[in-house]
Write a protein that binds this ligand. Structure first.
Ligand code: NAG
Length: 498
């Protein structure tokens, strides 16, 4: 095998060398009798890379400081589609943390040392797996927006069944682009507090979860606090944050029941009107009221503008205003396009033909099945194929685009090879992360990221009802690509009859 690789590579290497030397020899011929001429090819190459690095550094500064010209850009449907152009990854990955203008300087050992005295911030914690956590960050940013605060995003740190290494939002999504689209500052905890800091910060937070969720006996647990070395002291939020008073089967709050706590007068009014219950922090047993500058809520997944679980409704401002602008960063685009080209059998750099993605969520969804026969509970291949046909039909009618029947990609957490054999028999494609060695090549987050990317890049999407992973894919395909989307109902044999 190694021999094959070497043989495969050597012609390329030769080609690169000869091209480089011909370019350099032209340049070197011109400035005769100058110092430049004394430079060897090696020095030229070094200079070239230094220039590249410098350009990268400069653009990085522009991007991170928000000086990028053309403040707000329209996101057209075409931009979201794989155009076939090679996406250039950020040319330089700087080891140095960014200095964002919404903080005083480089990350500090204690977070307060880096806060601007003319700026108010808002933060919250994550606790429910990749997709729900992304939606939670959307809520945090929306709440910060309507209260004129700078959201401070905690890193993502879980997906279903796994507790991987915490991953900053900006390692998956294009944060500078989000800031430009929103016209506001959005920062991450790593911009504020040095991730390597061992110093503990005490922070007072509002405990919303225990008030809104009647079964809860404590604030929502999150690993973020430990990772960020924060010692949290929680004060129970006022009873007004529970959306449906006395209803034990719901845990929601509305944005506008929490927003008043972001303003000094309303905050004092709330505190005066209730019995203040503040719990001491776990490590230093400090009791402190919710912080006014770094406003903090335990958990913002269950937060809505109007009704619970509104992501299935037309009114979903967290998506329409914020999450719609969570576009993949260049690295995810590059890796995702690589997978798509391989699956759809097109050469590197060639245009990617339109595709339809299916998301068949199984896994823990079996806990919701009333019948022990999962064949009966989950949607069948036949059900999915009927929906795929609907999507193909709509795309032909509405967009005049025919998606080839072999360009249907199935994503699923199903582990049964018999089920995947059925997929193959349908003539559909599978992203086999074990075979592709996705984890080994790109890290433990990438199987889920690649699946989400592939779904989001399609012109059609057929998802699983009640799966938030499907929900975000549906919204991305609908709004980024002007695509056709369907959700398959499940739970009993005729669940998706329509
Ligand atoms: C706010 O910070 C600036 C410098 O960062 C300082 O000059 C100013 O005096 C501070 N204002 C207050 C009210 O502390």
């Amino acid at each position: 095998m190694p021999g094959d690789t070497e043989r495969g590579r050597s012609p390329d290497q030769k080609h690169t060398h000869s091209r480089q030397s011909s370019v350099w020899s032209i340049d070197l011929d011109i400035p005769k009798r100058t110092l430049l001429r004394r430079w060897s090819t090696k020095q030229w190459i070094a200079a070239f890379f230094a220039l590249l690095f410098g350009t990268g550094l400069l653009s990085h500064m522009f991007l991170t400081r928000g000086y990028w010209p053309g403040a707000v850009e329209e996101e057209t449907a075409d931009m979201a589609l794989p155009t076939g152009q090679t996406v250039v990854a950020h040319p330089v990955v700087l080891d140095k943390p960014r200095h964002h203008s919404a903080v005083l300087g480089s990350p500090t050992l204690q977070f307060r040392d880096n806060l601007r005295n003319d700026t108010r911030y808002m933060t919250s914690w994550l606790s429910a797996g990749f997709t729900n956590d992304v939606m939670t960050l959307g809520n945090l940013i929306y709440l910060a927006r309507i209260t004129n605060r700078v959201p401070v995003l905690p890193p993502l740190d879980s997906f279903i069944g796994k507790r991987p290494i915490a991953k900053p939002f900006s390692e998956i999504f294009d944060l500078p682009r989000l800031e430009r689209a929103l016209g506001m500052d959005v920062i991450e905890w790593k911009d504020v507090k040095d991730p390597k800091s061992e110093e503990l910060d005490v922070l007072g937070c509002w405990n919303v979860f225990q008030v809104a969720s009647m079964q809860a006996t404590e604030p929502r647990f999150s690993r973020n606090a430990m990772f960020l070395k924060l010692d949290l002291s929680y004060t129970k939020a006022p009873p007004s944050v529970k959306l449906i008073p006395g209803f034990e089967h719901d845990s929601h709050s509305s944005f506008w029941s929490l927003a008043p706590l972001a303003f000094p007068d309303m905050r004092s009014k709330a505190l005066q009107s209730m019995t203040v219950e503040t719990a001491p922090s776990p490590w230093t047993s400090t009791s402190t009221l919710p912080d006014e500058q770094m406003l903090c809520f335990d958990y913002l997944f269950y937060i809505c503008s109007d009704v619970p679980f509104e992501y299935d409704n037309d009114i979903y401002p967290s998506w329409q205003v914020v999450q719609k602008h969570f576009r993949w960063n260049a690295q995810v685009e590059r890796v995702g396009q690589e997978y798509l080209r391989k699956l759809l059998n097109v050469a590197p750099g060639a245009p990617i033909p339109p595709h339809i993605t299916i998301h068949a969520r199984h896994g823990d969804f079996k806990d919701w099945c009333s019948s022990p026969d999962l064949q009966v509970c989950f949607a069948s291949m036949h059900t999915f194929s009927r929906r795929v046909a609907e999507v193909q039909y709509e795309l032909r009618q509405r967009r005049g685009i025919s998606v080839r029947p072999e360009h249907v990609i199935v994503t699923s957490d199903e582990e049964s090879e018999a089920w995947w054999d059925e997929v193959k028999a349908m003539g559909w494609l599978r992203i086999d992360h074990e075979k592709e060695r996705t984890v080994e090549r790109f890290g433990e987050w990438y199987p889920v990221i690649v699946d989400a990317y592939v779904q989001s890049a399609g012109l059609g999407f057929v998802g699983t009802d009640r799966s938030t992973f499907s929900t975000l894919a549906r919204l991305r395909v609908r709004d980024w690509n002007d695509g056709a989307v369907r959700m398959v109902k499940w739970g009993k044999p005729d669940a998706d009859e329509h």
